[in-house]
Each structure stands twice: as structure tokens, then as C-alpha cells.
Design a protein around this ligand. Structure first.
Ligand SMILES: Nc1ncnc2c1ncn2[C@@H]1O[C@H](COP(=O)(O)OP(=O)(O)OP(=O)(O)O)[C@@H](O)[C@H]1O
Length: 274
């Protein structure tokens, strides 16, 4: 997306500008992402969907500074990330990460796990402690706060992972297939909880998923990626009204979005969809 000196009305919170990532392995070069451009505005909820290996996680890992783009640039609030090597703590603080596995530390209680980013970012005091308790309450984990991770269910672990990513009040949530390992019922429940959280906090969310229904239910815009090389093939705006609810899933407009996306992804290569 070329700007040619023209200022858009609202500066994008996140901008990928023609980003490519090439991994050099001993035997070959892998073009994980090629010429990827995307702009996400403050408070938007967007999803990225595509076959396994199309570079979705690589995009997130470039945004959080774990790896560097080979070409192109990524901007956070207009400032190029990754430019100076290690990402400054104040930039990292703007983001919260949620992965498929919540990876809670087994020797800490659920509450201690949720509060961990506060220690990492040096945030202490009563207001932050209160925030931990409010978040635990928000996702129904108040009574489980003193339990250890092995004592709670998969859905509860994932809820803890979600609020741990939010405890330092980041403005951006990066979610890499957060509910992929859960049963459908728990996933639906967590989708609705996430929509509630988003409605209340208006965080900017990038959500990676393989599930078309989940992407339509949650997002305002869906980026569809293709593979070999990993690239953006289509962008679909989801103009369903908000607040969204599970009842919408059976409505004709929702079904029509689902069919459109399924076809777009199917045209890429059905066999490569997980
Ligand atoms: N560190 C690395 N070294 C070499 N190749 C890598 C590395 N990380 C990722 N790749 C390759 O880059 C491509 C994109 O991987 P990535 O994990 O981003 O895909 P994905 O879309 O997230 O896949 P999935 O949906 O299966 O999680 C794949 O071909 C993968 O093998």
C-alpha cells in the first residue's frame, strides 16, 4: 500500500509495508511470507486465516520482534519495529500475546501466573493487584486463583492465558490460534467472552485462526493468506452488526460470509487446510 506522502485520516496502529521473510535453512531458502501489506487501525478486530505453513505465525513473530523481516518494514504507531535490534520494553508493553498453548508456569498458582507480566514490566501497587482480581472475575476464575495450573481444565487454562496477556493493559492483543485446541463448546464460550472484552476495552486485536466461523463471528475484516509462498490473497470486510452473538451463526448473512470465505480458501487448496 503506497502512501505517496498522503496522510490517511487515522494513522494505522499496525502497518505491514511490503514485508517478506525468507528463512535460510541448510538445504533451501523458504519464502515464509512474500510482499505482505496490511493496515490495522486502533480498536479494530481483524483475523488472519489460511492454510498451514502460509506464514501466519511468522507475521506475529515479526511484529513482536522475535524475528526480523528480510524485506519491507513493520510499523507500530508510526514507529518502525525491529529497526534497532532488541525491542524497547515500552514498545513490548503495548502488546499482549496469546498462543495456542497457554504455557502457564506449573510452580506458580493461577493468580501468580496471571500477574507475571506485572513483574516483568515492573508494575506494582494496589491498583495493579486489583486489576488481577478484576480480570480473574471477568473470566470466572476468582475461585481458581489459588489453584495450580494442573488443577484446572483446558478451557480455564486458556482463560488464564487470555487475561495474563491483558494484565499489563496492553493496547494490542496478538492471538495465535488461541482456542484451536479446545472443544467446540468451550471455544464458542471463549469467543463470546473475547467479544465482551473487546467491546469493553476496544483493544486492537489480530487473531489467527483456521476456523472460518470463528473468524466471521469475531472480526471486522479477514485477511486470507495463500501458501508457497505465504502471501495475502484476499481481504474480506465483515459488515455484520455488533454486538455479535452466537444466534447470528444461523442467519443467512452470516452463512453467506461463511460460504464466501470457505470458497476463497477452498480455491487456494482444500487439502492444505488443517
Ligand atoms: N525458524 C524457521 N526456520 C526455517 N523455516 C521456518 C522457520 N519458521 C517458520 N518456517 C517456515 O516458514 C513457513 C511459514 O511458517 P508459519 O509457522 O509462519 O506458518 P503458519 O501459517 O503459522 O502455519 P500453521 O498454521 O501450521 O501454524 C513454513 O514453511 C515453515 O516451515
Amino acid at each position: 500500500m503506497e502512501e505517496l506522502g498522503k496522510k490517511t485520516l487515522q494513522e494505522p496502529r499496525i502497518k505491514f509495508d511490503n514485508v517478506s521473510k525468507v528463512f535460510e535453512t541448510r538445504s533451501q531458502e523458504i519464502v515464509a511470507v512474500k510482499d505482505y501489506s496490511m493496515e490495522v487501525l486502533t480498536g479494530e478486530f481483524v483475523s488472519i486465516i489460511g492454510p498451514s505453513g502460509c506464514g501466519k505465525s511468522t507475521l506475529i513473530r515479526m511484529l513482536d520482534g522475535i524475528i526480523k523481516p528480510t524485506y519491507g518494514a513493520i510499523y507500530l504507531d508510526g514507529i518502525q519495529v525491529n529497526e534497532e535490534g532488541k525491542m524497547p520494553k515500552e514498545t513490548l508493553r503495548k502488546m499482549g500475546f496469546i498462543f495456542q498453548q497457554p504455557n502457564l508456569l506449573p510452580w506458580y498458582t493461577v493468580r501468580e501466573n496471571v500477574a507475571l507480566p506485572l513483574r516483568i514490566f515492573g508494575l506494582s501497587g494496589q491498583a495493579w493487584e486489583k486489576r488481577v482480581d478484576e480480570l480473574l472475575e471477568l473470566v470466572g476464575l476468582t475461585k481458581s486463583g489459588q489453584l495450580f495450573p494442573y488443577e484446572i481444565s483446558g478451557g480455564m487454562l486458556q482463560r488464564a492465558g487470555v487475561i495474563r496477556a491483558m494484565v499489563h493493559d496492553p493496547e494490542i492483543l496478538l492471538m495465535d490460534e488461541p482456542f484451536g485446541a479446545l472443544d467446540e463448546l468451550t471455544r464458542e464460550q471463549l469467543n463470546m467472552e473475547l467479544l465482551d472484552i473487546w467491546k469493553e476495552t476496544r483493544k486492537t486485536i489480530i487473531f489467527i485462526t483456521h476456523n472460518v466461523e470463528e473468524a466471521v463471528l469475531l472480526s471486522s475484516r479477514i485477511y486470507i493468506m495463500g501458501t508457497q509462498p505465504g502471501r495475502l490473497v484476499s481481504t474480506v470486510n465483515i459488515d455484520l452488526p455488533r454486538p455479535r452473538s452466537l444466534k447470528m451463526i444461523t442467519q443467512p448473512e452470516f452463512i453467506s460470509y461463511k460460504q464466501k470465505l470457505t470458497k476463497l480458501i477452498g480455491d487456494l487448496d482444500l487439502s492444505k487446510i488443517k
